[in-house]
Design a protein around this ligand. Structure first.
Ligand code: 4AD
Ligand code: MG
Length: 462
């Protein structure tokens, strides 16, 4: 049976006979023998393999082996005399599956810029950094499910295609049905792009929240975790057109309960990743951002800051920093303001609550002051908003008014209003931008480098 390299590096014993499969990172030829480092994606480090010239087909195999080639090696583990590794593999046989022509293979052993790696998105997962990112991303996703499952939340699957605009921001991609073969593709003029979803308008969802609310009204505590889409044409290091969102929704819960859950949730994910991906986290701390480990410690051990929007505006007005965008009660916080609060002022995640109703979505619960809603955003140092959530408006009459006030059509939301007619309860939830979490965790500067196939205004190829 083929063994995973991560497991061998951790627990492999001298004299064990093993077979590994993977891709060659480096090759060093000496007189009479060669070293290759093989990586199978299971860990940052590869396994060093020593191939003696008495291995059958030594010369022929070695010629075919270069950085990027795929191989299978069988042999015996031996203690390694080299520095930095406990064991190495003494090869008995080497099989080369596929060569990688050194003249053209773009990932030769050296540091490449992330811009360059984005141009070769089909190969970049074989690099140390992207390898570490996608292992941490996997650990984050596992932690998310574990956190909610331990607490009795039901994982519900909400649709990708929908007719309702959850955020009411009008930033949706429309769904059309086309027969790409008839008329032929090369005669684009004849394609009718106005066809919609079997005669009805339909869009790619911006959030699973409204459907999650439906499910929470039956199962009490639920969460969704899936892709969401925004047609905002933002070319920033924190926006994608397609991103993954985690959205818990809790019945019989208010904003305080919502904030407590969100804080416990982030602490849990950071602890899980520190425990399960220590080497990858060390790597980020060393090579990407020297505050990765201290940030994780800070998240796990310290309480988040909690302030109201009104207080945040006061603090921003007093700040000795010049902002590009104006600060004024009633205006939304821009990323520079969010970062000032979390990064410069409090130096930890900061939960801002009670935003003006006018700048927030229709479903947020209106407070008694008639001006603010029971909203909360969690702002992270270096990232800005990472979580957006709220207590929901559970009163039918108030909700109807808010829908109309925001220029939306109550008829589209008839089923959402029905939930307030039949057995309505106070409830709350939030959405965590999964890629922003992975950025926060790893210190990666650009959101395009924490998702395998980023969808941005420039990028839709594969
Ligand atoms: O604040 P948002 O728009 O909230 C919602 O969609 C609510 N319906 C969530 C809920 O209460 N269930 O988005 C939630 C989070 C943001 O805080 C941000 O982290 C992330 O989603 N996000 C994006 N991430 C990447 N690219 C984009 N274009 C994003 N837009 C939002
Ligand atoms: Mg938001």
């Amino acid at each position: 049976m083929t063994r995973r390299i991560a497991e061998l590096l951790r627990a492999g014993q001298p004299d064990e006979t093993v077979t590994i499969q993977g891709w060659v990172r480096t090759k060093r030829e000496q007189k009479g023998f060669s070293f290759i480092e093989v990586n199978d994606g299971s860990s940052m480090a590869g396994l060093q393999v020593v191939i003696n010239q008495d291995v059958s087909d030594y010369e022929a195999s070695l010629k075919r082996i270069s950085t990027g080639a795929s191989v299978e090696v069988s042999g015996v583990l031996v203690p390694s005399p080299g520095k930095g590794q406990r064991i190495e593999l003494k090869a008995d046989s080497v099989k080369v599956y596929g060569e990688a022509d050194p003249e053209t293979y773009p990932l030769q052993k050296k540091r490449h810029s992330f811009e360059f790696l984005r141009e070769i998105g089909h190969l970049r997962s074989r690099t140390n950094t992207l390898g570490a990112v996608f292992r941490v991303r996997n650990a984050c996703a596992t932690a998310i499910h574990q956190f909610f499952q331990e607490r009795g939340f039901l994982w519900v699957h909400t649709p990708v295609i929908t007719a309702s605009d959850c955020e009411g921001a009008g930033e949706m991609f429309a769904v059309t049905s086309l027969n790409l073969k008839q008329p032929p593709l090369n005669d684009q003029k004849e394609i009718d792009y106005s066809q919609d979803f079997f005669g009805k308008p339909a869009y790619l969802t911006v959030s699973g929240q409204l459907e999650a609310e439906i499910m929470a009204m039956a199962f009490s505590n639920v969460y969704t975790f899936g892709p969401t889409f925004r047609a905002e044409n933002s070319n920033t290091s924190r926006h994608l057109a397609e991103f993954w969102m985690v959205e818990p929704e809790m019945a019989f819960c208010d904003l305080d309960g919502d904030m407590d859950l969100a804080e416990a949730f982030l602490k849990y994910i950071f602890s899980y990743v520190m425990e399960h991906c220590p080497e990858d986290m060390e790597f980020f701390n060393k090579l990407i951002d020297q505050s990765v480990l201290s940030t994780a410690e800070n998240i796990i051990n310290n309480q988040f800051e909690r302030i109201t929007y009104t207080k945040a505006i006061e603090l921003l007005e007093k700040a000795d920093k010049k902002f590009e965008y104006p600060v004024e009660w009633g205006l939304d916080l821009q990323s520079e303001h969010e970062r000032y609060l979390a990064e410069d002022l409090f130096k930890k995640p900061t939960i801002v609550t009670d935003y003006p109703a006018e700048i927030k979505a229709f479903y947020m619960r209106l407070s008694d002051d008639g001006k603010t809603v029971r909203a909360m955003d969690i702002l992270a140092p270096k990232i800005g908003e990472i979580i957006g959530g709220s207590q929901r408006e559970e009163r039918l009459d108030v909700l109807e008014r808010r829908i109309v006030q925001q220029g939306l059509d109550p008829a589209t939301y008839w089923w959402y209003l029905d939930l307030r007619r039949y057995g309505t309860v106070p409830h709350a939830g939030f959405g965590l931008g999964f890629e922003r979490l992975v950025q926060f965790m790893t210190g990666m500067a650009n959101i395009r480098d924490v998702i395998p196939f980023p969808r941005t205004p420039q990028n839709v190829e594969f």
